[in-house]
Write a protein that binds this ligand. Sequence first.
Ligand code: MN
Ligand code: MN
Length: 437
Amino acid sequence: MDKKLIAECEAYSKEYMDYLSVAKTERRAYSQAVKLLEKAGFKDISKFKTLKLGDKVYRGYHGKTVMAAIIGKKPMVEGIRVVGGHTDAPRLDFKPKPLYEKDGVVYFDTHIYGGIKKFQWLVLPLAIYGTIVKKNGVKVDVAIGDKPGDPVFMISDLLPHLAHDLEQKKLKEFFPAEDLDVIASVGKKEELLKIIKKEFGVDEADFLSAELEVVPAGMPREVGLDRSLIAAYGHDDRVCAYAGLSALLKLKGTPDVTASIVMCDKEEIGSMGATGMQSSFFENTVAELLVRQGSTMDIDVRRCLEKSTMLSADVTAAADPHFKDVDSTGNEAKLKGGPALSKYTGGTSKGGASDARAEFVAVVRKFLDDDKVTWQMAELGKMEKGGGGTISQYMARFGMDVIDFGTPLLNMHAPWELATKEDCYWTFRAYKAYFEA
Ligand code: MN
Ligand code: MN
């Protein structure tokens, strides 16, 4: 990269790290995105009776999922462009009745959210974020573990001196999921409840209607003497979701084709639920956009969706020199190779994949090369080693062209994931090139 690009890459990385520092849960990723959208002149859809060329609009859902768009020159029935990423990340959720006392230690009982390697969550400073909703509807926001002076939390592990039996066990078995519980205090549960009442004004029963998430404590950091990497919790998939957001915010002028982003929830548990991409939120939002441009027929929604295209903005595995036996040799994503375009995901048989058609791949290649974007073509891994999926299949259902395209990561789904600054920057540039093509 030349000097100008390096400076742009550094500036972008800083912005992204600032976003990540705030966006430690899907709710916070959402509110921070809305803040940035409003600052850039985007308005809530309820403020628009009609929508015209160049209007900047967003529609949020349950404070977790958001779609934003800039209305383009072509009528929307001829299709729109979508960059869709997710903002939820693997973590430990509080159970509805989280508090229990065992031999003088009080714990928060947790439930795993998303695919984790359990042992990575032991002996790590942890923070707790979330919302408690009281019966009268009052919401209590919880954010503890990241402010200076805050306490952190931890899951304990066995000392090596006494771990002889434990070390004979299989990795998967050596720490039961039910034991991934966080030390809340030492003493009596009643004493802890008094502290909770004093700090947050809630009773034990209020945990029944709460969403509290245990995430790694700490802010994103630069990694390596060359500072070429960023270590952070939740790169997957805030790195792509933010790149899409940033590409939309920095779009100059009015696009030919309506440019839009989706930052959605629940991808890590199969995109289920009202705020996941299997819900009608996206379809309904497209209908809401169309009706404000004079379309009242349902067929217009179908036509728009079928003629649209989408970059399924989700991370992929970067080849790790220490784990070469899982690489699809010659088809693996390399660090600093730019975002990886994956024609298909899935496992050995492409099961569950949305296999993009070659014609669409050619279109994507062209706008990337025309804009001199660094990018690479890749598969997630070797056959018969595993696999994964993204939201692409749920969007392809509408008949639109969709392709997976996102940042390569080292140690994806670990409490701290690694991405190179260059790959983060080129992901943003790639999405911007798509909107501007
Ligand atoms: Mn993902
Ligand atoms: Mn994931």
